[in-house]
Design a protein around this ligand. Structure first.
Ligand SMILES: NC(=O)c1ccc[n+]([C@@H]2O[C@H](COP(=O)([O-])OP(=O)(O)OC[C@H]3O[C@@H](n4cnc5c(N)ncnc54)[C@H](OP(=O)(O)O)[C@@H]3O)[C@@H](O)[C@H]2O)c1
Length: 263
């Protein structure tokens, strides 16, 4: 852990990757702010952590864009600073474009992209004012290439890269760092809440996620990448190769992903 790191704010901390980042950061003795919509589950995660006395919960809905400034203000009031904001909350998709209502695409963009932009934009003056800060974005390999059944999700993740690559360029001078993490399949309940074409959750676990990276491994590698101030990292199984293949042969990647049975 970087000695200067004092306060880490994690969104989507009630489940999966966010909850595991909270557990691992807590062992390191840092102060944590945990956010998501469900206050009761956040309280459970807090109680499982090594030093619950160093942890505060700040529940909010990412798509409540109008409250972003107020939420950031509340976050800063808790410990007087935020050193690292981990934009982790998200919802995936399991539907073909032809079967997907427009409202579902809107929701995927609102949660996975605009919600993070709202909070990140609101925190920027605070980061500049305190002499620096770190944004961590939990993107996906779907932020680097696309796949059937993930159109709106992949679009939102691609958009994160566009936004945060610009932010890094504009604010490197302000001692602001951006680490973008692109996981492949990770063993979390993400598929359960994934949106289907009519907006209802899939409601079941995917085999691909169940046999994906252990969430403990992903969280450990993410914390390492943040400490090393990496700009962008990807972790995963063979799906990670798509990130490199896209650079070499987009057409070959197209045929491999199109014909893959993993959905
Ligand atoms: N698991 C994977 O295979 C995988 C792969 C690549 C990337 N990722 C990315 O990793 C991140 C975490 O995913 P995960 O696998 O840990 O999924 P997860 O277990 O389903 O957790 C998702 C988190 O997002 C929060 N969330 C969802 N909608 C929200 C909203 N409107 N406002 C605030 N919080 C909201 C949920 O909390 P509440 O329900 O309490 O609000 C929950 O804490 C996501 O960005 C995902 O896209 C995951």
């Amino acid at each position: 852990m970087n000695k200067k790191t004092k306060v880490v704010w994690i969104t989507g901390a009630s489940s999966g990757i966010g909850a595991e980042l909270a557990r691992q950061y807590s062992i390191l003795g840092v102060k944590l702010i945990l956010s998501s919509r469900r206050a009761d589950i956040l309280a459970n995660i807090k109680s499982e952590c090594s030093y619950p006395e160093n942890i505060k919960i700040l529940p909010f809905d990412l798509i409540d864009f109008k409250s972003a400034s107020e939420i950031v203000n509340s976050a800063f009031k808790i410990f007087g600073t935020v050193d690292i904001l981990i934009n982790n909350a998200g919802v995936s998709q399991r539907s073909l474009i032809i079967n997907t209502k427009f409202e579902v695409f809107r929701k995927l963009i609102e949660i996975n992209y605009l919600g993070h932009v709202a909070i990140s934009n609101a925190i920027l003056p605070y980061f500049i004012g305190q002499g620096g800060g770190t944004y961590v974005i939990i993107s996906s390999v779907m932020g680097k290439y696309s796949s059937p059944y993930r159109s709106g999700y992949a679009a939102a993740k691609h958009a994160l890269h566009g936004f945060f690559d610009s932010l890094r360029m504009e604010h490197q001078k302000d001692n602001i760092f951006v680490t973008i993490v692109c996981p492949g399949f990770v063993n979390t309940p993400i598929s359960k809440n994934s949106l289907t074409g009519d907006g209802s959750p899939l409601g079941k676990y995917d085999k691909a996620n169940a046999s994906g990276l252990p969430v403990e491994f992903l969280a450990k590698k993410t914390i390492q990448a943040i400490n090393q101030k990496k700009w962008e990292v990807s972790f995963g199984g063979k799906e990670r190769m798509g990130v490199y293949l896209k650079r070499v042969s987009n057409k070959l990647l197209h045929y491999i992903v199109k014909n893959n049975s993993v959905r």
